[in-house]
Design a protein around this ligand. Sequence first.
Ligand code: TRP
Length: 455
Amino acid sequence: MSDSDKSIGFTGRLGFILAMAGSAVGLGNLWRFPYLAAEYGGGAFILTYVILAITFGFSLMVAEVCIGRRTGKSCFEAFGSIDKRWRFIGWLAALVPAIIVPYYCVIGGWVTKYFVEYTIGNGDAVNGTFFIGFISSNLPGVFDNPMTWFLVFVALVVIVVLGGIQKGIERVSKILMPALFIMLIGITIFSFTLDGIGEGLEYYLIPHIEDISAKTILAAVGQLFYSMSLAMGITITYGAYMKKDVNVEKSARNVSMIDTGAALLAGLLIVPTVVAVGIPIKSGPTLMFVSLPEVFAAMPAGNFIAAVFFLLVIFAALTSAISLMEALVYVLTEKANMSRYVASAIVTALIVGLGTLSCLGFGPLDHITFLTEEQTFLDFFDFISNNILMPIVAILTCIFIGFVVGTKFITDEVESSGQFKAKKMFEIMIKWVCPIGLALVLATGLMDILGIMKL
Ligand code: TRP
């Protein structure tokens, strides 16, 4: 990273928090968290997630920010500059965005489709069974084809990246993100008036401990990394831009609270309504798109509110997709010496290629499944990145910090800008609880999924 890059460092704590939260809050919170919560037992998943977020998620975030700030480097050089032999962690981490961004754009396309339908006052059309017909490419007409909207979303991302206007988009989204929060709260309160919501709220809020298994924990851990943008090198790069006098502990705490708050809120809106209106609870990736239209249909001025809501979701998704794509373009321009245009073209080809598989995996390609009968392309890419690669990167990062460089490397950096209140917890988490816990969860979760051992 050159000195001129550093001059665009965040101005203080608020700047850092807003930038990190902007990257963290995205489809992970609004789309992915609710469906996992619904699938893995509601309250049981919420409890697992929150405990992991305030202990492990927080610790790993502190570690990544400090690796970045102390070395002043992006994830590729950061590990290598501390110890050459561990440079591969950075490269492994960088693989994650390459797997995520294509299918992220597929979901972005679905959101765009909903925004357009509501904007033209066509909300009724997306109710009921519309969504299943739509994603399985079964509806006639280009505008009811998911490929169209996937490509529209990719085009939006590429225009922003090539036009060099991400700073503008990010600035706008900093105003729009609080608006998204306010709308989420308002719509959630309205959803409480739906018939049968009590049962849904009970499912979402009351944990049944017996529902927590290694698979639940693995899903929660994967979601945590995804949602907080951890274990993929991104937070290290953010750390490199953080000013030396900003308090790392407080910032990490704030970012993880905002991110978890957004996820819990989105779940509170989506999961109970699913139960209330009798949609199968395990609808997976489709959940948000079948549950929300029901709420909007019951609302006064539902069409208008839905249009605004989906526009805000587009912004949240767009800022995240842009940072993900930027991360990949950066690798190719800096590490493979390509021009920005060539790099962008290659990344776009990757997104369109892998994304097409994910997009068509619900329709024409639905006969191709992976580890389980139901695991389509999108589920597979999601699983490989979140449940396999990211835990591995996290385990390696913990071992690296705990036993190769020592936790002092991190704690000194935190203390250089204030007291580190959770220092003891941090040390125990990074050295022991996280690597051992993660390895166990990864191994048992994998065996279960591969059918070697049923839990
Ligand atoms: N955390 C984002 C979300 O919740 C997704 C994401 C993962 C991301 N990695 C990222 C966004 C890197 C920006 C940069 O949707």
